[in-house]
Design a protein around this ligand. Structure first.
Ligand code: CP
Length: 315
């Protein structure tokens, strides 16, 4: 079993329920991972993903080895046939089997470089880790997707779900830097597999890759999109068509209390880290509509249910 996308999951609803059950009794399977080792490789920074996955593994009794590539381990080369006379020190073909020998499950964070759409869509880095470690793989965010975040997001919406089929709005927000599409793509993919209606609100030039947004409706008028929303997920992403570029810095898209006036008392979500008063206003983040800390709490149980299933299918 690998966990790289919602497409690896047979029954999303059942997975969410299992994760919420684990949340009620986190130590119920504290011996399942005894004498098993989780290896975590970070090619990019992390607070929540690192700590929540470590905490999840601890709850299952696993040992954990963590490396920060290019910081406390060697800079990796991913190009086959490369003449390694530059900055990279060790080829993935040599490093990954070592990780595979030391660990039973491998988690890797490898962001998009936003340089090449084709390379990112191919998930070149993630595929090399999967191929050369030969062990079950858990994505800690790849070039195109962040499935552990999305599972935690779906758990959070399930906990706060209204009685009716909810309207979920994923709204683009301003940012000072070009940001990858992984969180937005992944959120769309997961919500499309739940009992909810998804609208993607973004300026012209920011439509998501339809491979991930699927049947979600895209709306370029944010206020219209927000009408009647039950959940509003705020996230920046760079242009997909003009790949990795910033095409708009319209600060009117920053979500404030004013934007929520025509929603259905919407709860507001963000994966964190957030640029306060650029993407989202202080008043929302510190107010009663925010679910951002609940999302972060659920990251532990999202990781734990996936690790549990991996341990059960690879005893
Ligand atoms: N949301 C999220 O993945 O947070 P980190 O980047 O801190 O891991």
């Amino acid at each position: 079993m690998h966990f790289t996308s919602v497409t690896d999951i047979h029954d999303v609803h059942r997975l969410i329920q299992e994760a919420l059950t684990l949340k009620n009794n986190p130590l119920a399977f504290q011996n399942l991972g005894k004498n098993k080792t989780l290896g975590l490789v970070f090619m990019n920074p992390s607070l929540r993903t690192r700590l929540s996955t470590q905490k999840a593994a601890q709850n299952l009794g696993m040992n954990i080895l963590t490396v920060n590539a290019d910081k406390d381990s060697w800079a990796l080369e991913f190009q086959d046939g490369a003449v390694m006379d530059g900055g990279s020190v060790e080829h993935i073909r040599d490093a990954a089997p070592v990780l595979g020998a030391y660990c039973d499950i491998i988690g890797v964070r490898c962001f998009s470089g936003l340089q090449s759409k084709a390379t990112d869509i191919s998930e070149h880095t993630m595929r090399q880790f999967i191929q050369h470690t030969g062990k079950p793989y858990i994505s800690l965010e790849s070039a195109t997707l962040h499935p552990l975040q999305s599972l935690a997001d779906c758990m959070t919406m399930a906990e706060h779900r209204p009685k009716h089929r909810p309207k979920v709005v994923l709204t683009w927000a301003p940012h000072i830097k070009p940001i990858p599409h992984a969180v937005a793509n992944s959120f769309a993919e997961w919500v499309n597999r739940t009992d909810a209606d998804l609208v993607v609100a973004c300026p012209e030039g920011y439509n998501l890759d339809p491979r991930f947004s699927g049947h979600a409706h895209t709306q370029h008028n944010q206020q219209k999109a927000l009408e009647g929303a039950d959940f509003v997920y705020v996230k920046n992403w760079s242009s997909y068509d003009d790949y990795g570029k910033i095409r708009c810095i319209d600060h009117a898209w920053m979500l404030t209390e004013h934007h929520l006036r025509n929603t259905n008392h919407a709860r507001v979500m963000h994966c964190l880290p957030v640029r306060r008063n650029v993407e989202l206003s202080d008043e929302i983040l510190d107010g009663p509509h925010s679910l951002v800390q609940a999302q972060a709490v659920n990251r532990v149980f999202a990781a734990q249910v996936i690790l549990k299933q991996m341990l059960e299918s690879n005893p």
